[in-house]
Design a protein around this ligand. Structure first.
Ligand SMILES: [Zn+2]
Length: 442
Protein backbone atom coordinates (compact mmCIF):
# COMPACT_ATOMS: atom_id res chain seq x y z
CA UNK A 1 0.00 0.00 0.00
CA UNK A 2 2.67 2.50 0.98
CA UNK A 3 4.66 1.27 -1.97
CA UNK A 4 1.87 2.06 -4.43
CA UNK A 5 1.50 5.56 -3.09
CA UNK A 6 5.19 6.17 -3.21
CA UNK A 7 5.37 5.01 -6.79
CA UNK A 8 2.60 7.40 -7.70
CA UNK A 9 4.32 10.16 -5.82
CA UNK A 10 7.64 9.62 -7.56
CA UNK A 11 5.94 9.56 -10.95
CA UNK A 12 4.20 12.88 -10.35
CA UNK A 13 6.81 14.79 -8.42
CA UNK A 14 10.46 15.42 -8.77
CA UNK A 15 11.98 14.50 -5.49
CA UNK A 16 14.57 17.17 -5.11
CA UNK A 17 15.17 17.75 -1.46
CA UNK A 18 15.82 21.45 -1.11
CA UNK A 19 18.32 21.94 1.63
CA UNK A 20 18.28 25.66 0.97
CA UNK A 21 14.54 25.74 1.60
CA UNK A 22 13.27 28.19 4.14
CA UNK A 23 12.07 27.01 7.47
CA UNK A 24 8.34 27.05 7.20
CA UNK A 25 7.21 26.49 10.73
CA UNK A 26 3.50 26.88 10.39
CA UNK A 27 0.92 27.09 13.09
CA UNK A 28 0.12 23.91 14.90
CA UNK A 29 -2.87 21.97 13.78
CA UNK A 30 -4.30 22.10 17.28
CA UNK A 31 -5.76 25.48 16.39
CA UNK A 32 -7.49 24.09 13.32
CA UNK A 33 -11.11 23.06 12.92
CA UNK A 34 -11.66 19.36 13.18
CA UNK A 35 -13.66 17.41 10.64
CA UNK A 36 -14.57 13.80 11.29
CA UNK A 37 -15.56 11.34 8.59
CA UNK A 38 -17.13 8.06 9.62
CA UNK A 39 -15.98 4.99 7.78
CA UNK A 40 -17.00 1.38 8.18
CA UNK A 41 -14.73 -1.41 7.11
CA UNK A 42 -16.27 -4.21 5.14
CA UNK A 43 -14.29 -7.41 5.08
CA UNK A 44 -15.14 -10.26 2.78
CA UNK A 45 -16.04 -12.89 5.35
CA UNK A 46 -15.85 -15.80 2.90
CA UNK A 47 -12.05 -15.62 2.80
CA UNK A 48 -11.49 -14.65 6.41
CA UNK A 49 -9.01 -16.85 8.22
CA UNK A 50 -7.55 -16.80 11.68
CA UNK A 51 -4.05 -15.30 11.39
CA UNK A 52 -2.81 -17.60 14.15
CA UNK A 53 -4.00 -21.06 13.12
CA UNK A 54 -5.58 -20.53 9.68
CA UNK A 55 -8.95 -21.76 10.71
CA UNK A 56 -12.01 -20.34 8.96
CA UNK A 57 -14.19 -20.79 12.01
CA UNK A 58 -14.23 -17.24 13.24
CA UNK A 59 -17.00 -15.10 14.66
CA UNK A 60 -17.47 -11.44 15.49
CA UNK A 61 -16.30 -10.75 18.99
CA UNK A 62 -16.88 -7.01 19.25
CA UNK A 63 -17.07 -3.69 17.38
CA UNK A 64 -14.42 -1.03 17.89
CA UNK A 65 -13.62 2.46 16.75
CA UNK A 66 -10.35 4.13 15.93
CA UNK A 67 -9.71 7.77 15.06
CA UNK A 68 -6.99 8.26 12.48
CA UNK A 69 -5.62 11.62 11.40
CA UNK A 70 -6.05 11.66 7.63
CA UNK A 71 -5.37 15.08 6.08
CA UNK A 72 -4.25 18.50 7.24
CA UNK A 73 -5.67 21.33 5.16
CA UNK A 74 -5.04 25.06 5.46
CA UNK A 75 -8.07 25.62 7.62
CA UNK A 76 -9.06 22.24 8.92
CA UNK A 77 -7.85 18.87 9.98
CA UNK A 78 -9.63 15.74 8.89
CA UNK A 79 -9.97 12.60 10.95
CA UNK A 80 -11.34 9.27 9.88
CA UNK A 81 -13.48 7.57 12.46
CA UNK A 82 -13.06 3.97 11.44
CA UNK A 83 -15.41 1.35 12.71
CA UNK A 84 -13.90 -2.11 12.64
CA UNK A 85 -14.62 -5.56 13.98
CA UNK A 86 -12.73 -7.79 16.36
CA UNK A 87 -12.97 -11.47 15.56
CA UNK A 88 -12.53 -14.52 17.69
CA UNK A 89 -11.30 -17.90 16.50
CA UNK A 90 -13.33 -20.88 17.67
CA UNK A 91 -10.38 -23.25 17.29
CA UNK A 92 -7.48 -21.48 18.98
CA UNK A 93 -9.61 -18.93 20.86
CA UNK A 94 -7.39 -16.01 19.94
CA UNK A 95 -8.75 -12.58 19.01
CA UNK A 96 -7.76 -10.47 16.02
CA UNK A 97 -8.83 -7.25 14.34
CA UNK A 98 -10.11 -6.49 10.91
CA UNK A 99 -7.36 -5.17 8.67
CA UNK A 100 -7.40 -1.36 8.42
CA UNK A 101 -5.74 -0.90 5.07
CA UNK A 102 -5.12 2.81 5.17
CA UNK A 103 -3.53 2.89 8.61
CA UNK A 104 0.16 3.76 8.76
CA UNK A 105 1.74 0.89 10.66
CA UNK A 106 0.18 0.78 14.11
CA UNK A 107 -0.10 4.53 14.53
CA UNK A 108 -3.02 6.93 14.68
CA UNK A 109 -2.47 8.37 11.25
CA UNK A 110 -3.33 7.18 7.76
CA UNK A 111 -0.96 6.32 4.93
CA UNK A 112 -2.24 9.42 3.13
CA UNK A 113 -0.99 11.62 5.90
CA UNK A 114 2.33 9.80 6.12
CA UNK A 115 2.71 10.38 2.41
CA UNK A 116 1.90 14.12 2.77
CA UNK A 117 4.41 14.39 5.57
CA UNK A 118 7.16 12.89 3.46
CA UNK A 119 6.24 15.14 0.55
CA UNK A 120 6.43 18.20 2.76
CA UNK A 121 9.64 17.06 4.35
CA UNK A 122 11.31 16.90 0.95
CA UNK A 123 10.78 20.66 0.58
CA UNK A 124 13.09 21.64 3.42
CA UNK A 125 14.55 18.40 4.76
CA UNK A 126 13.81 19.55 8.28
CA UNK A 127 11.76 17.32 10.53
CA UNK A 128 10.73 20.14 12.78
CA UNK A 129 8.79 21.71 9.93
CA UNK A 130 6.54 18.69 9.49
CA UNK A 131 6.48 18.07 13.21
CA UNK A 132 4.87 21.47 13.71
CA UNK A 133 2.66 21.52 10.68
CA UNK A 134 1.12 18.11 11.24
CA UNK A 135 1.36 18.14 15.01
CA UNK A 136 2.93 14.72 15.21
CA UNK A 137 5.66 13.39 17.43
CA UNK A 138 9.25 13.75 16.28
CA UNK A 139 9.86 10.01 16.38
CA UNK A 140 6.81 9.28 14.25
CA UNK A 141 7.89 11.86 11.69
CA UNK A 142 11.34 10.30 11.63
CA UNK A 143 9.90 6.83 11.19
CA UNK A 144 7.74 7.96 8.26
CA UNK A 145 10.61 9.71 6.54
CA UNK A 146 12.87 6.76 7.13
CA UNK A 147 10.33 4.33 5.68
CA UNK A 148 9.71 6.40 2.56
CA UNK A 149 13.43 7.03 2.04
CA UNK A 150 14.05 3.30 2.17
CA UNK A 151 11.34 2.73 -0.41
CA UNK A 152 12.62 5.44 -2.66
CA UNK A 153 16.23 4.30 -2.37
CA UNK A 154 15.11 0.79 -3.16
CA UNK A 155 13.13 2.01 -6.16
CA UNK A 156 16.03 4.12 -7.46
CA UNK A 157 18.21 1.07 -7.13
CA UNK A 158 15.79 -1.07 -9.09
CA UNK A 159 15.68 1.43 -11.95
CA UNK A 160 19.46 1.63 -12.00
CA UNK A 161 19.78 -2.10 -12.03
CA UNK A 162 17.27 -2.37 -14.87
CA UNK A 163 19.11 0.22 -16.95
CA UNK A 164 22.52 -1.19 -16.11
CA UNK A 165 25.34 0.52 -14.32
CA UNK A 166 28.45 1.27 -16.26
CA UNK A 167 30.48 3.64 -14.20
CA UNK A 168 30.58 3.88 -10.46
CA UNK A 169 31.80 6.93 -8.64
CA UNK A 170 33.11 6.38 -5.16
CA UNK A 171 33.63 9.14 -2.72
CA UNK A 172 34.28 9.38 0.94
CA UNK A 173 32.63 12.03 2.99
CA UNK A 174 33.20 13.25 6.46
CA UNK A 175 30.60 14.81 8.67
CA UNK A 176 31.31 15.98 12.15
CA UNK A 177 34.81 15.17 13.27
CA UNK A 178 35.54 11.53 12.52
CA UNK A 179 32.37 10.26 10.90
CA UNK A 180 33.54 8.95 7.58
CA UNK A 181 31.25 7.29 5.18
CA UNK A 182 31.61 6.10 1.64
CA UNK A 183 29.01 6.64 -0.99
CA UNK A 184 28.73 4.77 -4.29
CA UNK A 185 26.91 6.42 -7.15
CA UNK A 186 25.97 5.78 -10.72
CA UNK A 187 27.93 8.20 -12.87
CA UNK A 188 25.18 8.67 -15.47
CA UNK A 189 22.31 9.50 -13.17
CA UNK A 190 24.34 10.51 -10.13
CA UNK A 191 22.00 8.41 -8.05
CA UNK A 192 23.25 6.70 -4.95
CA UNK A 193 23.56 2.96 -5.15
CA UNK A 194 25.06 2.21 -1.82
CA UNK A 195 26.53 3.87 1.21
CA UNK A 196 28.31 2.57 4.22
CA UNK A 197 30.28 3.77 7.19
CA UNK A 198 34.03 3.84 7.02
CA UNK A 199 36.45 4.51 4.19
CA UNK A 200 38.69 1.47 3.81
CA UNK A 201 38.95 -1.49 1.45
CA UNK A 202 36.41 -3.29 3.64
CA UNK A 203 33.79 -0.83 2.35
CA UNK A 204 34.46 -2.07 -1.20
CA UNK A 205 33.92 -5.62 -0.02
CA UNK A 206 30.61 -4.66 1.60
CA UNK A 207 29.59 -2.92 -1.60
CA UNK A 208 30.32 -6.00 -3.67
CA UNK A 209 28.37 -8.18 -1.28
CA UNK A 210 25.39 -5.84 -1.51
CA UNK A 211 25.22 -6.12 -5.30
CA UNK A 212 23.83 -8.89 -7.42
CA UNK A 213 26.40 -10.55 -9.65
CA UNK A 214 24.33 -9.67 -12.71
CA UNK A 215 24.91 -6.02 -11.92
CA UNK A 216 28.54 -6.10 -10.91
CA UNK A 217 29.58 -7.96 -14.04
CA UNK A 218 28.52 -4.94 -16.12
CA UNK A 219 30.71 -2.51 -14.21
CA UNK A 220 33.29 -1.04 -16.56
CA UNK A 221 34.72 1.99 -14.82
CA UNK A 222 35.29 3.08 -11.30
CA UNK A 223 36.18 6.62 -10.49
CA UNK A 224 37.91 7.01 -7.16
CA UNK A 225 40.01 9.53 -5.36
CA UNK A 226 43.64 8.62 -4.93
CA UNK A 227 43.04 6.63 -1.78
CA UNK A 228 45.21 3.56 -1.34
CA UNK A 229 42.49 1.76 0.59
CA UNK A 230 39.94 2.17 -2.20
CA UNK A 231 42.49 1.26 -4.82
CA UNK A 232 43.46 -1.98 -3.10
CA UNK A 233 39.82 -2.75 -2.45
CA UNK A 234 38.91 -2.37 -6.10
CA UNK A 235 41.91 -4.19 -7.47
CA UNK A 236 41.03 -7.06 -5.18
CA UNK A 237 37.25 -7.22 -5.44
CA UNK A 238 36.73 -5.84 -8.97
CA UNK A 239 39.88 -6.83 -10.86
CA UNK A 240 38.15 -6.55 -14.25
CA UNK A 241 37.15 -2.91 -13.86
CA UNK A 242 39.04 0.10 -15.25
CA UNK A 243 40.08 2.40 -12.47
CA UNK A 244 40.14 6.10 -13.11
CA UNK A 245 41.49 8.54 -10.60
CA UNK A 246 39.37 11.55 -10.02
CA UNK A 247 41.07 14.48 -11.72
CA UNK A 248 40.17 16.93 -9.00
CA UNK A 249 41.81 14.79 -6.35
CA UNK A 250 44.85 14.11 -8.49
CA UNK A 251 45.49 17.79 -9.01
CA UNK A 252 44.78 18.60 -5.41
CA UNK A 253 47.28 15.99 -4.35
CA UNK A 254 49.92 17.28 -6.75
CA UNK A 255 49.40 20.84 -5.59
CA UNK A 256 49.13 20.27 -1.88
CA UNK A 257 51.65 17.50 -1.31
CA UNK A 258 54.29 18.33 -3.88
CA UNK A 259 54.07 21.70 -5.54
CA UNK A 260 53.36 23.57 -2.33
CA UNK A 261 56.66 22.43 -0.80
CA UNK A 262 58.65 23.53 -3.79
CA UNK A 263 56.83 26.84 -3.83
CA UNK A 264 57.32 27.42 -0.10
CA UNK A 265 61.03 26.75 -0.40
CA UNK A 266 61.35 29.54 -2.93
CA UNK A 267 59.21 31.79 -0.75
CA UNK A 268 61.38 31.09 2.27
CA UNK A 269 64.54 31.67 0.29
CA UNK A 270 63.39 35.16 -0.63
CA UNK A 271 62.18 35.84 2.91
CA UNK A 272 65.50 34.78 4.39
CA UNK A 273 67.37 37.08 2.00
CA UNK A 274 65.08 39.92 2.91
CA UNK A 275 65.73 39.42 6.59
CA UNK A 276 69.48 39.17 6.07
CA UNK A 277 69.58 42.41 4.14
CA UNK A 278 67.43 44.13 6.74
CA UNK A 279 69.82 42.93 9.42
CA UNK A 280 72.82 44.33 7.57
CA UNK A 281 71.11 47.66 7.00
CA UNK A 282 70.31 47.86 10.71
CA UNK A 283 73.91 47.17 11.68
CA UNK A 284 75.24 49.69 9.21
CA UNK A 285 73.19 52.45 10.76
CA UNK A 286 75.32 52.30 13.90
CA UNK A 287 78.60 52.38 12.07
CA UNK A 288 80.33 55.04 10.09
CA UNK A 289 79.89 53.84 6.54
CA UNK A 290 79.74 54.83 2.99
CA UNK A 291 76.54 55.97 1.44
CA UNK A 292 76.88 54.02 -1.80
CA UNK A 293 76.80 50.68 -0.01
CA UNK A 294 73.63 51.69 1.82
CA UNK A 295 71.92 52.73 -1.37
CA UNK A 296 72.88 49.44 -2.98
CA UNK A 297 71.42 47.50 -0.12
CA UNK A 298 68.19 49.47 -0.25
CA UNK A 299 67.90 48.68 -3.90
CA UNK A 300 68.47 44.96 -3.35
CA UNK A 301 65.92 44.95 -0.58
CA UNK A 302 63.44 46.74 -2.79
CA UNK A 303 63.91 44.15 -5.55
CA UNK A 304 63.56 41.26 -3.15
CA UNK A 305 60.34 42.65 -1.72
CA UNK A 306 59.01 43.03 -5.23
CA UNK A 307 60.01 39.49 -6.05
CA UNK A 308 58.30 38.26 -2.92
CA UNK A 309 55.14 40.13 -3.76
CA UNK A 310 55.11 38.78 -7.30
CA UNK A 311 55.47 35.23 -6.01
CA UNK A 312 52.73 35.42 -3.39
CA UNK A 313 50.30 37.25 -5.65
CA UNK A 314 50.53 34.59 -8.33
CA UNK A 315 50.25 31.53 -6.17
CA UNK A 316 46.80 30.56 -7.42
CA UNK A 317 47.82 31.00 -11.04
CA UNK A 318 50.40 28.26 -10.65
CA UNK A 319 47.50 25.87 -10.17
CA UNK A 320 45.95 26.74 -13.52
CA UNK A 321 46.81 25.46 -16.94
CA UNK A 322 48.82 27.87 -19.06
CA UNK A 323 46.15 27.70 -21.73
CA UNK A 324 43.65 29.10 -19.22
CA UNK A 325 45.75 32.11 -18.27
CA UNK A 326 45.88 35.53 -19.90
CA UNK A 327 49.10 37.02 -21.28
CA UNK A 328 49.69 39.23 -18.27
CA UNK A 329 49.49 36.31 -15.84
CA UNK A 330 51.66 34.17 -18.08
CA UNK A 331 54.32 36.87 -18.17
CA UNK A 332 54.30 37.11 -14.41
CA UNK A 333 54.72 33.37 -14.00
CA UNK A 334 57.55 33.45 -16.54
CA UNK A 335 59.29 36.15 -14.56
CA UNK A 336 59.02 34.14 -11.35
CA UNK A 337 60.32 31.03 -13.04
CA UNK A 338 63.24 32.95 -14.56
CA UNK A 339 64.63 33.42 -11.09
CA UNK A 340 63.80 29.94 -9.86
CA UNK A 341 64.83 26.87 -11.83
CA UNK A 342 62.90 24.51 -9.57
CA UNK A 343 59.61 26.28 -9.98
CA UNK A 344 60.27 26.47 -13.69
CA UNK A 345 60.77 22.74 -13.99
CA UNK A 346 57.78 21.99 -11.81
CA UNK A 347 55.59 24.32 -13.79
CA UNK A 348 56.54 22.70 -17.09
CA UNK A 349 55.81 19.24 -15.71
CA UNK A 350 52.52 20.29 -14.16
CA UNK A 351 51.27 21.96 -17.30
CA UNK A 352 52.18 18.99 -19.49
CA UNK A 353 50.59 16.67 -16.98
CA UNK A 354 47.34 18.65 -16.89
CA UNK A 355 47.22 18.80 -20.67
CA UNK A 356 47.70 15.06 -20.88
CA UNK A 357 44.82 14.41 -18.49
CA UNK A 358 42.58 16.10 -21.06
CA UNK A 359 44.30 15.06 -24.25
CA UNK A 360 42.31 13.86 -27.25
CA UNK A 361 45.27 11.97 -28.60
CA UNK A 362 44.25 8.74 -26.90
CA UNK A 363 46.51 6.61 -29.05
CA UNK A 364 49.60 8.17 -27.60
CA UNK A 365 48.44 9.14 -24.17
CA UNK A 366 50.17 6.26 -22.45
CA UNK A 367 53.47 6.76 -24.22
CA UNK A 368 53.34 10.47 -23.63
CA UNK A 369 52.51 10.01 -19.98
CA UNK A 370 55.31 7.52 -19.58
CA UNK A 371 57.75 9.90 -21.24
CA UNK A 372 56.61 12.74 -19.04
CA UNK A 373 57.25 10.66 -15.96
CA UNK A 374 60.66 9.55 -17.24
CA UNK A 375 61.63 13.22 -17.51
CA UNK A 376 61.26 13.74 -13.80
CA UNK A 377 62.74 10.44 -12.67
CA UNK A 378 66.10 12.02 -11.85
CA UNK A 379 64.93 15.57 -11.45
CA UNK A 380 66.87 17.92 -9.20
CA UNK A 381 63.58 19.08 -7.77
CA UNK A 382 63.11 16.67 -4.91
CA UNK A 383 59.29 16.97 -4.95
CA UNK A 384 59.18 15.93 -8.61
CA UNK A 385 61.43 12.98 -7.91
CA UNK A 386 59.18 12.00 -5.05
CA UNK A 387 56.10 12.40 -7.23
CA UNK A 388 57.67 10.03 -9.72
CA UNK A 389 58.49 7.48 -7.07
CA UNK A 390 55.03 7.53 -5.50
CA UNK A 391 52.99 7.72 -8.70
CA UNK A 392 54.75 5.98 -11.56
CA UNK A 393 52.82 2.81 -10.70
CA UNK A 394 49.54 4.65 -11.26
CA UNK A 395 50.22 5.82 -14.82
CA UNK A 396 47.34 3.71 -16.17
CA UNK A 397 44.87 5.28 -13.77
CA UNK A 398 46.01 8.76 -14.77
CA UNK A 399 45.66 7.91 -18.47
CA UNK A 400 42.15 6.63 -17.84
CA UNK A 401 41.16 10.18 -16.89
CA UNK A 402 41.71 11.18 -20.50
CA UNK A 403 40.39 7.93 -21.94
CA UNK A 404 37.13 7.54 -20.03
CA UNK A 405 36.53 11.17 -19.16
CA UNK A 406 34.71 10.35 -15.97
CA UNK A 407 35.12 12.25 -12.76
CA UNK A 408 33.62 12.75 -9.38
CA UNK A 409 33.20 16.46 -10.01
CA UNK A 410 29.45 16.27 -9.79
CA UNK A 411 29.72 14.69 -6.40
CA UNK A 412 32.19 17.12 -4.97
CA UNK A 413 29.67 19.92 -4.82
CA UNK A 414 27.59 17.67 -2.59
CA UNK A 415 30.16 17.77 0.15
CA UNK A 416 29.24 21.31 1.03
CA UNK A 417 25.54 20.52 0.97
CA UNK A 418 25.98 17.48 3.14
CA UNK A 419 27.91 19.44 5.72
CA UNK A 420 25.20 22.04 5.69
CA UNK A 421 22.49 19.44 6.23
CA UNK A 422 24.44 17.87 9.02
CA UNK A 423 24.71 21.13 10.85
CA UNK A 424 21.05 21.94 10.54
CA UNK A 425 19.15 19.87 12.99
CA UNK A 426 19.09 17.33 15.74
CA UNK A 427 17.53 14.81 13.34
CA UNK A 428 20.84 14.43 11.59
CA UNK A 429 22.76 13.47 14.68
CA UNK A 430 21.50 9.94 14.03
CA UNK A 431 24.10 8.83 11.47
CA UNK A 432 22.09 6.02 9.89
CA UNK A 433 19.18 8.32 9.35
CA UNK A 434 21.46 11.01 8.01
CA UNK A 435 23.01 8.65 5.44
CA UNK A 436 19.55 7.61 4.38
CA UNK A 437 18.49 11.19 3.71
CA UNK A 438 21.73 11.94 1.90
CA UNK A 439 21.26 8.89 -0.26
CA UNK A 440 17.63 9.72 -0.99
CA UNK A 441 17.85 13.43 -1.66
CA UNK A 442 21.26 14.11 -3.14
ZN1 LIG B 1 -7.16 -19.67 15.32
Amino acid sequence: MINNMLNKFIENNSLEGNIFGKNNSERKSKELKKEIKNIKIKTDRSNLKCPFCGSQHVYIHSYKNILLKNRVFDDKIQFLNIKFKRFSCSECHKNFSENIENRYKKTKITNNLAFDIFKDFSKTLLIKDVENKYDIHFNLAKDIISTFCDLKNEKDREILIKNGINTICVDEKCVGKYNFFTIFRDYETRKSIYYTKGKNSETIKKFKESCDENITKNFKNMCIDKSKAFLHGFLHYFPYVNITFDKFHVMQNLNENYFKKCYNREKNRILTSINEIKEVIKKNKNVENNKILDENLDEILHDLLKEYQLLTENRENFKRKNSNLNTDSLNKLDRICDSCEELKEFRIFKDNFMELLETKDLKNVKNNMFELFENIKFSKVRELKRFYKNNVKYIDFFCNIAIYKVSNAAMESLNRNIKMMYNRGREYKDKDFFFKIVSCFT
